[in-house]
Design a protein around this ligand. Sequence first.
Ligand SMILES: [Zn+2]
Length: 215
Amino acid sequence: MGTNRHMSVDSRGRYTPEALGEVTPGSEGPAGSRSHNLLSTRRASLMQEPVLVLNATYEPINVTAVRRAMVLMLKGVAQAEEMHNAEVHSAAHAHKVPSVIRLLAYRHIPQQSRALSRKNILLRDRNTCQFCVRVFPSSELTLDHVMPRSRGGRSTWENLVACCYRCNNSKGDRTPEEAGLKLARKPRPFTLHTSRQLMRLIKHRDERWHKYLFY
Ligand SMILES: [Zn+2]
């Protein structure tokens, strides 16, 4: 698979922007506001539309642009899983535009590349206190060690959850069971490799992405 080697991966195992030609989310307005643009401009912006990149295992690992996604498909590195309702035309052909592509060869994404941070924990838990199951602004949430640190609980994806101050206070130095609290769901490592990018995008992304992002 000689073509695969051209895709660069940085020291933390992530695709570099050069490798997948990443787009900056939010740099374009809603599609409607572009409707007055010239055809060539629309084609250019269509080529910059974000495409969800899945690993061979269907795990979402990146976001790239239509242009780069089509290059990966032409090289035989990836195949389309979902299509846009749009086409681009070359001299001889009309090409369907992908919305989701999947790499044909599995890429190892090291666990440590999924940065464990307060921001990512809140994203994973969708700003929902995992004990009272209410949604709060980030400023009103803290991170709770499910097994308290004072009792050997570690700062890991599996032991940290979003928690409101009230629940955090009432839990104190106890396990949820001891405090009579129940976790909304078992905390797991974040499977979205490029969480920030993806999360910013899915707010206004088409539904073709959803089944890959929420499961
Ligand atoms: Zn709470």
